[in-house]
Design a protein around this ligand. Structure first.
Ligand code: NCD
Length: 333
C-alpha cells in the first residue's frame, strides 16, 4: 500500500521494490488493458484529467486506463477552457477539483506547477508532464517496456548500454527515464545530442553519483553503437526561442541504424515523432524492423497507468477478483 493516497510527482519517489510491485500489477492488468477481460474495480470513481499542454497519448491513455477499470472521467484541455484563464489560482483549482474527483492527472507547461498544485489537492495527483521537468508515468512505461523486451531477449538491465538521442535538454521523458534507470547497477549512458540540446548537468551528476558511466556524443553514429536501448526523442520546438538556430541536428534513420545498431538492440521513442519534411527525428523508413518497439511502448501506457491508479487508490490486493471475459473483444480485427 506504498502509494495509497500519495501523489505521483517524480520518479525519484520510487525504489526498485515499489517499481516491481507496480509492474506486477500492470502485468495482471494487461488483459483488461487489451479489452479481453473486464473489471468494475473503480466503479463509481472519477478521474479529473487536466491537460494544460498538448497531448494525445498521455491524455487518452490515462482516460482509457481509468475507463477500462470501470471508472468515469471528467476532463479539461488547454487554459482557454478552464477558469485559470479567468485568473483562478492553481491552489483554488486544486481545492475545487478535489471535491469532484478521486484522482487528478495534470499536465502543465511550467516545471514544478504540478507539484505546487498537488500541495492543495486532497486526492492523489499524478504528474502527466510538467514543462521540461519530469514525466514519471512515461518513464515507468518506458522501463516496463525495456524490462519486458529484455526478458524476451534473455538480457538484463544491469550492465546494459542506454543511448538517448535528440533534445535531451528539454525532453522531460529522458530526464525521468535516466533517473529511473539509475536505480539499477552498472549502466552506461550515451547521451547523443547537439551541444545546445545536451542533457542538463544536474541530471548527469545524479547518474554519476549513482555509480554509472556517462558518455557524451554529438555524432549519432558513434553514440548508438554498442547500445542495448536506443531511445530517440523529437526536438521540442515549442521550448526553443525563435532565434535559437541549432547546428549539428541529425535524424535517426535506416541508413544510420542498419550498420550501427546492435542486432538485439531495441529502438524506442516516447512519441509523437516529427515526421514532417526536414524534421530531425526518428524516421519512418525503419518501421518494418522488429527491433522497433515504439508502438508496443505506447500500448504499455495503459496497463502501467492502470497499475498507478490501482495503487494510488490502495486496491492492488483486489485486482483480478471480479475479472470477466469481455463479450465484445472478439469483434476486434
Ligand atoms: C512526450 C511528452 O509530452 O513529454 N510525449 C509523451 O508524453 N508521450 C514527448 C514529447 O512531447 O516530445
Amino acid at each position: 500500500m506504498f502509494l495509497q493516497g500519495q501523489h505521483v510527482l517524480s520518479v525519484e519517489q520510487f525504489d526498485l521494490s515499489q517499481i516491481h510491485a507496480l509492474f506486477e500489477t500492470a502485468k495482471k492488468l494487461e488483459a483488461v488493458a487489451q479489452g479481453k477481460v473486464t473489471t468494475k474495480l473503480l466503479n463509481g470513481a472519477i478521474l479529473a484529467n487536466l491537460f494544460f499542454e498538448a497531448s494525445t497519448r498521455t491524455r487518452m491513455s490515462f482516460h482509457s486506463a481509468f475507463a477500462r477499470l470501470g471508472g468515469d472521467i471528467c476532463d479539461t484541455t488547454g487554459f482557454s477552457f478552464s477558469s485559470i484563464s479567468k485568473g483562478e489560482s492553481l491552489s483554488d483549482t486544486a481545492r475545487v477539483i478535489s471535491a469532484y474527483a478521486d484522482v487528478i492527472v495534470m499536465r502543465h507547461p511550467e516545471q514544478g506547477a504540478v507539484a505546487d498544485f498537488a500541495q492543495y489537492a486532497e486526492v492523489p495527483v499524478i504528474n502527466g508532464g510538467d514543462g521540461p521537468g519530469e514525466h514519471p508515468t512515461q518513464a515507468l512505461l518506458d522501463l516496463y517496456t525495456i524490462s519486458s523486451e529484455f526478458e524476451k531477449l534473455g538480457k538484463k538491465i544491469e550492465g546494459s548500454v542506454i543511448a538517448m538521442t535528440g533534445d535531451l535538454k528539454h525532453g522531460r521523458t529522458v530526464h525521468s527515464l535516466s533517473k529511473l534507470l539509475s536505480l539499477y547497477d552498472n549502466l552506461t549512458f550515451h547521451f547523443v545530442s547537439p551541444d545546445a540540446l545536451a542533457m542538463p548537468a544536474s541530471i548527469i551528476e545524479k547518474i554519476q553519483a549513482a555509480g554509472h558511466q556517462v558518455k557524451i556524443f554529438t555524432s549519432a553514429e558513434k553514440g548508438i553503437q554498442q547500445a542495448d536501448v536506443i531511445y530517440c526523442t523529437r526536438i521540442q520546438q515549442e521550448r526553443l526561442s525563435d532565434d535559437n538556430s541549432i547546428d549539428d541536428l541529425f535524424s535517426i534513420n535506416k541508413a544510420l541504424l542498419e550498420p550501427n545498431a546492435k542486432s538485439d538492440a531495441i529502438i524506442m521513442h516516447p512519441l509523437p515523432r516529427d515526421t514532417r519534411e526536414g524534421a530531425f527525428d526518428l524516421t519512418t523508413d525503419f518501421d518494418d524492423d522488429s527491433r522497433l518497439k515504439i508502438f508496443t511502448q505506447a500500448a504499455n501506457g495503459i496497463p502501467v497507468r492502470m497499475a498507478l491508479f490501482v495503487h494510488c487508490l490502495g486496491l492492488e490486493n483486489e485486482v483480478g477478483k471480479d475479472f470477466q471475459p469481455s463479450l465484445w473483444a472478439k469483434t476486434k480485427r
